[in-house]
Design a protein around this ligand. Structure first.
Ligand code: FAD
Ligand code: SF4
Length: 349
């Protein structure tokens, strides 16, 4: 029985699993398709994370360093698994760099893909330069300047549209992406900190700043930073003759049409299934649930299992999740994998 773990994906989930397995003395092979570790917060250049308020490059950077500094963890960057042969206890993975890896169990922390806002064309992304996504604004905050891409001016008025690519049956995205309300209320405060004269509006269907995030982000954003919340159904984003963007819709509280001009419109994009999931399902022989996220197995006594024995899945590969939950999933998967291998070993002895 081989007790090395093969971990695929080096975002918060995979990094947490790798560090946990190594901390109990297990060897880990970590395979990441990009040339950088850290997952979405690093690859997309997030600014300050919720709820900690720490810069992503510092917080996730620490997770990366812990893994890179551990001699028990072998890292393959810019690499994918192309084939997985064998069974629980004795898997052989073929890697796209021509090498092979032996492992007793496999952990999938392969994450999600950001919703491509081009799939919501009536809301102006891809048509107007000053319609951007939350990840673009995160990058602006990281760079220390909020500006309209069209001409570099500091916006007088910014509007953040929630639920772009989430809770939208028309485009087959029925799920709530869970974190974007909190991320957006936080971004509104960060915009205001960088540019106190800018007015920030948030257009919402419902506000889902769950748990302790309600007062830390929603109320604080409204009361201390004067973010204006508009409960609305958005129809379209067009351009006014003066070049500003017009957000047209219905204020669903007063049931009246509203048209407000903005300098910058921000799409709070949701979390889609990883575009690689059909390939991952084939290579690792695991199922997908009906939206395209990885299918989880029996939850209560075989937490993080998949349809293949010895292959575990967690984090945002299973559906939209925040980083704290992904870190917990990584720890949980490492415990499950190490525990299952130890139990099988004892039975075999
Ligand atoms: C705009 C935005 C802002 C956010 N801000 C916050 C925040 O402030 N706080 C918070 O808690 N959450 C935030 N989130 C959510 C956060 O991004 C996720 O919780 C987190 O990134 C999920 O971690 P993960 O490791 O499961 O997946 P990912 O971060 O997606 O990492 C998966 C890793 O696996 C790799 N991978 C994928 N497929 C393969 C493959 N086939 N082979 C090898 N490697 C592969 C990827 O390259 C990536 O490195 C935000 C989300 C969005 C959309
Ligand atoms: S967290 Fe908020 S913005 Fe994100 S999908 Fe859910 S309700 Fe919409």
């Amino acid at each position: 029985m081989n007790d090395t773990l093969l971990i695929v994906g080096a975002g918060p989930t995979g990094l947490s699993a790798a560090a946990a397995a190594a901390s109990v003395g297990k060897r880990v092979v970590l395979v990441e398709k990009e040339n950088k570790l850290g997952g979405a917060p690093i690859l997309s250049g997030y600014a300050k994370l919720v709820p900690s308020g720490e810069w992503a490059k510092d917080a996730i950077g620490r997770m990366v360093k812990r893994v890179e500094d551990d001699a028990r963890i072998t890292i393959h960057k810019g690499v994918k698994v192309t084939q997985l042969d064998g069974d629980f206890g004795n898997f052989t993975a073929t890697l796209s760099n021509g090498q092979a890896a032996q492992a007793g169990a496999v952990i999938l922390g392969t994450g999600f893909t950001h919703f491509d806002a081009i799939n919501k064309p009536e809301w102006g992304f891809g048509t107007y330069e000053d319609v951007v996504t939350t990840t673009q604004v995160e990058q602006m905050v990281t760079a220390g300047k909020i500006a309209c891409p069209s001409d570099g001016r500091i916006p007088d008025r910014v509007c953040i549209l929630l639920c772009v690519g989430s809770r939208d049956r028309q485009i087959g995205r029925e799920w709530c992406s869970k974190i974007c309300c909190t991320v957006s209320t936080n971004l509104a405060m960060e915009i205001k900190e960088l540019s106190p004269k800018t007015d920030v509006y948030i257009y919402y269907m419902d506000i889902r700043t769950f748990g302790l995030y309600e007062d830390k982000f929603y109320w604080r954003s409204q009361e201390e930073f004067r973010t204006k919340f508009v409960k609305a159904r958005i129809a379209e984003v067009t351009k006014a003759p003066d070049g500003r963007l017009l957000v047209k819709g219905e204020d669903t509280l007063v049931k009246r049409p509203i048209v407000i001009p903005f300098d910058l419109v921000v799409h709070a994009i949701g979390m889609d299934p990883n575009l690689d999931n059909p390939e991952i399902a084939k290579v690792f022989d695991v199922g997908l649930e009906h939206h395209g996220f990885l299918q989880r197995g029996e939850h209560y006594t075989a937490t993080f299992s998949t349809s293949r024995r010895g292959v575990y899945a967690g984090g945002s590969a299973l559906g939209p999740e925040d980083i704290d939950t992904c870190i917990a999933h990584g720890l949980g998967m490492a415990v499950r994998a190490v525990g299952d291998l130890a139990t099988a070993d004892q039975k075999a002895a």
